[in-house]
Design a protein around this ligand. Structure first.
Ligand code: TGC
Ligand code: FAD
Length: 399
């Protein structure tokens, strides 16, 4: 947004962009700004007009997949295989703009890019990369990532899903729960315990014994498809095992990629809420003056801007560290915790400032707040990230 915002009701001139008080955009390269602006246009023109209906109807807007792919947003960070080869900050900006639309759309891109294409790119054989990545970049193949199990997602090391060798194949048995995209996925990256440790398996839809029922009655991420995965004597050929990793560090390093994107994404959701309350409180007249003229309201708006600005600086520096190859999981945990908490608090407070209108689908905060209840939980709950930082600070594992 351009600077030089018009004067407020009392005629005080304003020079800063309320959604970018520290002029973060001046720290972006021309290419990063171009990526952000093109995704912002897509969100304004294609996502915002339809997203509320999909949220209400509890449907994933599948019609957007081609649009996301056409802009190069699926696997945008990877080199080759039909991918755009963008840097980490650009990926962050993509997440930010998509989540300004809806967390469900950012979730779709996170899962496709960071949780499905990334393990194939990082740990797959050349044949697996050639077979899957180009078709995932075009959206022809949709992926899902099966790590969480019904007995407790915070502790994936206690995984029960297992893989046994049978001749040249593997036989998978187990259950996964809360899996984004599983009902619509063509390919599932399944993490299962083998004799030598946790391994990743590429399981294609249609494989006998694989079921992916949708989880109904969600009050959050309603424009995203979430399901279970049941595996009963599912036979996977050796060619579909990821050869490059054994152990929990395989799935955890995928989570690091996705959590990084989430730190940016939630900023977009918070910005959408702040934008809405700035407009609303300027127009709504109570006690003979705009709601925005009350000190108590201005303090709440200032608090939102302070927290958004802090989150922007965290994510930008995290992105620069990622681009120079020095980002660590504990740094990601700090930003995932801080930024999700920030966005959820902003969305809840924005909903309150709208009064009764705050519960209406005509306004965005209630949808973002409901979505963010998932975002603060998945990819490691707030507590898990706090304990990760505690472990980094003390050297003591308190999990
Ligand atoms: P721990 O002993 O700490 O680690 C085991 C091995 O993994 C390595 N490691 C990591 N590597 C890369 N990135 C990370 N973030 C890593 N964290 C750990 C570690 O070095 C070790 O390697 P090695 O070689 O020594 O074996 O494992 P732990 O069992 O103590 O667990 C640690 C803990 C609690 C942090 C971990 O289990 C955890 O992160 N739990 C939360 C699980 C979680 O986030 N699940 C998310 C599921 S996917 C999802 O939610 C998708 S939503 C997507 C959407 O819709 O957007
Ligand atoms: P639990 O692990 O049972 O945790 C319950 C509570 O206990 C939490 O508050 C937690 O913080 C707390 N807790 C846990 N351990 C400790 C401790 N040591 N000390 C103190 N408190 C603790 N997973 C996937 O694999 N793939 C996906 O695509 C995916 N998509 C998702 C989409 C949605 C909409 C949702 C809601 C979840 C998704 N998940 C996915 C699962 C998600 O990662 C898990 O929900 C999350 O990791 C938490 O696991 P859990 O729900 O089993 O909670």
């Amino acid at each position: 947004m351009a600077t030089g915002t018009p004067a407020g009701p009392k005629g005080v001139a304003r020079s800063l962009d309320p959604l970018d008080l520290y002029d973060i955009q001046s720290l972006l390269s021309a290419e990063e700004r171009m990526v952000r602006d093109s995704v912002a246009r897509l969100v304004d023109e294609k996502v915002l007009p339809i997203i509320q209906r999909h949220f209400e109807e509890h449907t994933f807007p599948r019609e957007l997949v081609g649009e996301l792919a056409a802009l190069g947003l699926l696997g945008s960070s990877f080199e080759g295989y039909g991918c755009a080869g963008l840097n980490a900050v650009s990926y962050g900006l993509i997440c930010q703009e998509l989540e300004r639309g809806d967390s469900g759309i950012r979730s779709f891109v996170s899962v496709q890019s960071s949780l499905c294409m990334y393990p194939i790119y990082a740990f797959g054989s050349e044949a697996q990369k050639q077979q899957y990545l180009p078709r995932m970049a075009t959206g022809e193949l949709i992926g899902c990532f099966g790590l969480t199990e019904p007995h407790g997602g915070s502790d994936p090391g206690s995984m029960k899903t297992h893989a046994r060798r049978r001749g040249g194949d593997w036989v998978l048995n187990g259950a996964k729960m809360w899996i984004t995209n599983s009902p619509i996925a063509d390919l599932a990256v399944i993490w299962a315990r083998a004799e030598d440790g946790i391994r990743g398996f590429l399981v294609e839809r249609g494989t006998p014994g694989l079921e992916t029922p949708e989880i109904e009655r969600k009050f959050s991420l309603r424009a995203s498809a979430t399901g279970s995965i049941f595996l009963q004597d599912v036979i996977v050929p050796e060619a579909n095992v990821l050869p490059g990793v054994i152990g929990l560090k395989g799935p955890l390093s995928c989570l690091t990629q996705a959590r990084y994107g989430i730190t940016w994404g939630v900023i977009g959701a918070a910005q959408a809420c702040l934008r809405q309350v700035l407009d609303y409180t300027a127009d709504r007249i109570l006690f003979g003056r705009p709601l925005a003229a009350n000190q108590a309201i201005q303090i709440r708006l200032a608090e939102m801007a302070r927290r958004i600005t802090t989150a922007q600086l965290l994510s930008l520096q995290l992105g620069r560290l990622k681009d120079q190859g020095t980002m660590t999981p504990a740094q990601v945990s700090l930003a995932k915790w801080n930024n999700c908490r920030m966005a959820l608090d902003v969305a809840r407070d924005a909903r309150d400032i709208l009064g009764g209108a705050g519960i209406s689908a005509e306004y965005v905060p209630i949808r973002h707040a409901l979505n963010l209840e998932s975002v603060i939980t998945y990819e490691g709950t707030e507590t898990i990230h706090q304990l990760s930082i505690g472990r980094e600070l003390t050297g003591i594992n308190a999990f």
